[in-house]
Design a protein around this ligand. Structure first.
Ligand SMILES: [Zn+2]
Length: 137
């Protein structure tokens, strides 16, 4: 079994400190440790754009030749909220979007990542509350 599996399986969804629901660490996570992969239905890029159109909350990640749609997923990174001062970072390979801890994370701490170039194109107001908040996602 991969080491990050235990960390990933222990993640839980609860009321977010920012907005709606969020994703939380169930165990302490070491800095730089892998937390898991973005899971979702594998679809084509054109289909991803079609599905994302007009949606306020998008649970789709685009990779090189395909996309992952986690809309129906009950677990995992579709629940992670954006922060301009996040505690995780994403590393995209052609096949996967992998999440890693940017620093040590306590059990029970909410996970956040920087959405970066999301499909909202900087039009959604950001409520992360970080000192360096950019104001929009
Ligand atoms: Zn922000």
């Amino acid at each position: 079994m991969r080491k990050w599996r235990r960390v990933y399986d222990a993640l839980f969804v609860a009321k977010s400190r920012f907005t709606g629901r969020g994703l939380f660490a169930g165990t302490p996570i070491r800095a730089r440790a892998k937390i898991g992969d973005y899971e979702g239905e594998v679809i084509g890029l054109a289909e991803a754009r079609r599905r994302a159109r007009g949606q306020r909350i998008v649970a789709i990640v685009e990779l090189e030749r395909h996309a992952l749609d986690a809309t129906r997923w009950k677990h995992g990174f579709r629940f992670i909220n954006h922060s301009c001062d996040p505690n995780t970072f994403i590393r995209c390979t052609p096949q996967r979007a992998e999440f890693y801890a940017l620093r040590a994370i306590r059990a029970g701490e909410e996970l956040t990542c920087d959405y970066g170039e999301s499909q909202h194109n900087g039009r959604l107001p950001c409520r992360c509350g970080a000192a360096n908040c950019r104001g929009f996602i």
